[in-house]
Design a protein around this ligand. Structure first.
Ligand code: F6R
Length: 242
């Protein structure tokens, strides 16, 4: 496990983008596993700059995202499809057909989970998986549980996640109750993992996840068993592991 400390969110974003950029330069047809949320927005901005100044070419890059809300269409501005398009895809030359997310409008959960596992497998496997870290240690939407989910699964969002999300929706009943997420097993198969953490509110879970016992009660703790993990965090998020 390598840990890189940056001063702040900007510094974290620069370092993370440099690692992803190196991956793209070394293997132009690489498969990137991507995340949404606040943590990667700055990283994506830097990658867009890399594309705009001619350093990065996404024309052969493939991507698979971690998760998507069930019930949200691609046009819904709260969907992760919409997020990825706004924050990265439409600003670079990645081919839309090379980008993949679970289908929020799927009606048959089992079929959608099987389909998405096949999509990930058909890429040849994830070269670099970018992750954020939830306050309870979740990765993707894999929440604390008794066991690790292997493949894509449809999860019931916890009440705290639903409550946190409700600020983004006009009506409470619009807030998604379920989401599709890549399983921990699939995440662990990625050749490299890059996890980015920022802010004092992540300090406790960073210590618990990377220096505490490995347990599905703290899903990210399993990353301690992966042989190529890089953590890039700002001072505040890494404060409790110094
Ligand atoms: C996003 C995802 C989540 C987030 C995590 C951290 O696709 O899968 O696991 O990475 O909730 O979110 P932020 O970055 O908003 O703190």
């Amino acid at each position: 496990m390598r840990i890189y400390e940056a001063k702040d969110y900007e510094g974290m974003s620069r370092k993370a983008a440099n690692i992803i950029a190196a991956q793209i330069v070394m293997k132009p047809d690489c498969v990137l596993g991507l995340a949404t949320g606040s943590s990667p927005i700055g990283t994506y901005k830097r990658l867009i700059e890399g594309y705009e100044n001619g350093d990065l070419d996404f024309s052969e890059v493939k991507s698979v995202n971690l998760d998507e809300y069930k019930g949200l269409s691609k046009e819904n501005d709260q969907s992760y499809y919409y997020f990825m398009n706004e924050k990265l895809f439409r600003h670079v030359n990645i081919k839309p057909e090379n980008t993949n997310l679970p289908d929020g409008l799927a009606t048959d959960d089992d079929a959608e989970c099987t389909r998405y596992d096949a999509v990930v497998a058909a890429t040849g496997g994830i070269d670099l998986q970018l992750l954020g870290l939830g306050h309870n240690g979740h990765i993707g939407f894999n929440e604390p549980a008794q066991e690790y989910a292997k493949g894509t699964n449809c999860v019931a969002l916890t009440q705290s996640t639903i409550d946190a999300n409700s600020r983004l929706f006009e009506k409470a009943e619009d807030v998604p109750r379920f989401a599709y997420t890549m399983g921990v097993g699939t995440i662990m198969k990625a050749r490299k993992i890059l996890i980015i953490v920022s802010g004092a509110d992540k300090a406790k879970i960073v210590r618990k996840a990377f220096f505490g016992p490995v347990t599905p009660e703290v899903p990210a703790s399993i990353l301690q068993f992966h042989n190529d993990v890089t953590i890039v965090g700002d001072e505040a998020a890494l404060a409790e592991i110094q």
